[in-house]
Design a binder for this molecule. Structure first.
Ligand code: ADP
Length: 400
């Protein structure tokens, strides 16, 4: 069965074509700068050959047409017609309180995704454009929506998801913790359970550390708490996002800088995090690590702030779950940056975390880097959100 996975952003569209149930990617690519000058498509075919084309795209529908041409190209394509694709799975950012699991797209589901736009104003409209574009170009092929919020929203208890704000407002606007990166936390916690023998009754903290970062507490395979909230701004300090701050700072800056609350929130999303802390130096941890090595104190502070913050979440979630069996590192930083991982794990023997002196320096993925006598296992796992989307799509379409 062939399943196309789509991740549509406001001006970009990423795609992967999976051969399921094997989970093999047979082609993938990216359309960038949709609706603006300088559009381009980067396509990787079955043999791993990369083809880069400059092409103007007015809309997401144009992007789907481009990927159709690439996939069905008589020379470099992998299929002869889009009719060979059995289903399409879409990443959708916000499912609100309605969607606690993936679902087949119907007109009513599209309306419900649209109703969540106030909660995900940057992403949900783009996700819907991706769905509409597939409908337009591919006709009535079944489509599935996989929500970034579903894993957290499905099982978090009220004491973890409720904000202490007036109830009439939280009821009116569905203000609560939803959590994001749910597809990644679900995938890596599932892999961790497999790697640790298959028994679900584990207490795991999953740390997805990338441009956006979040930690989740997973007990018995269910998410019981997570660091992102109503939006992906809460929690850890990130590339450009502040993470948790005293909410009064918003009013303070608005008043003293003559800004609206919404302008301050945009600044907290786009100009803060490690980019902000380093005075605009970089949001990318590769740059920060190099600068730190060269003695840049602000880069060093930014790196330490992330590690310290993750350390605090591990401690907090171990307390919340009544113990800790495993910590999982994933995402660009979690998978590749041993310096940050080691800073996080430093002096954590009191909680049962002890890294193996050799493994903690290695660059392997999908392995356990804890010392043999460590009470808590520490796993580095490569995330694969697209595979989860393909699997959910297969399952839902297969059931119908
Ligand atoms: P996103 O959250 O956008 O999916 P990623 O998960 O790719 O982003 O994470 C991006 C972050 O991971 C950047 O800060 C980058 O510096 C870091 N990163 C990615 N690859 C590496 C690597 N090989 N070594 C060290 N850091 C890396």
């Amino acid at each position: 069965m062939l399943i196309l996975v789509i991740n549509a952003g406001s001006s970009s569209l990423k795609y992967q074509l999976f051969d399921m149930p094997e989970g093999k990617v047979i082609a993938k690519g990216l359309c960038e700068r949709i609706g603006i000058e300088g559009g381009r498509n980067v396509h990787t075919d079955r043999n791993g050959n990369k083809l880069e084309t400059k092409v103007h795209m007015n809309s997401h529908t144009d992007a789907i047409r481009i990927l159709t041409e690439r996939l069905t190209d008589p020379e470099t394509g992998v299929i002869s017609s889009m009719k060979e694709i059995n289903a399409v799975g879409h990443r959708v950012l916000h499912g609100g309180i309605r969607f606690t699991a993936s679902t087949i797209v119907t007109p009513e589901v599209k309306e419900a995704i649209s109703a969540c736009i106030p909660l995900g104003p940057l992403h949900n409209p783009a996700n819907l454009m991706g769905i509409d574009a597939c409908e337009e170009v591919m006709g009535d092929v079944p489509q599935v929506a996989v929500f970034d919020t579903a894993f957290g929203t499905a099982t978090m208890p009220a004491k973890a998801y409720t904000y202490a704000v007036p109830k009439e407002l939280s009821d009116k606007y569905d203000i609560r913790r939803y959590g994001f990166h749910g597809t990644s936390h679900r995938f890596v916690s599932g892999r961790a359970i497999e790697m640790l023998g298959g028994k679900k009754d584990l207490r795991i903290v999953t740390c997805h550390l990338g441009n956006g970062s979040s930690c989740s507490a997973i007990k018995d395979g269910c998410c019981v708490d997570t660091s992102m909230g109503l939006t992906p701004l809460e929690g850890l300090p990130m590339g450009t996002r502040s993470g948790s701050i005293d909410p009064a700072i918003i009013g303070f800056i608005a008043e003293h800088e003559n800004m609206t609350a919404s302008e301050v929130v945009t600044m907290l999303n786009k100009k803060s995090g490690v980019l902000g802390v380093t005075g605009g130096f970089s949001s990318d941890f590769r740059d920060l690590m190099a600068a730190r090595e060269a003695g840049n104190e602000l880069a060093s502070l930014a790196v330490e702030m992330l590690a310290y913050s993750v350390k605090k979440y591990i401690g907090a979630y171990a307390a919340a779950m009544g113990g800790l069996d495993a910590v999982v590192f994933t995402g660009g930083i979690g998978e590749n940056n041993e310096v940050i991982r080691n800073l996080i794990a430093e002096d954590m023997e009191f909680i049962g975390i002890k890294l193996d002196p050799e493994k903690k320096l290695a660059h392997e993925k999908n392995c356990d880097i804890a010392a043999e006598d460590s009470k808590v296992r520490v796993l580095v796992i490569e995330t694969n959100e697209e595979l989860v989307i393909a699997r959910d799509t297969l399952e839902l379409v297969g059931l119908n």
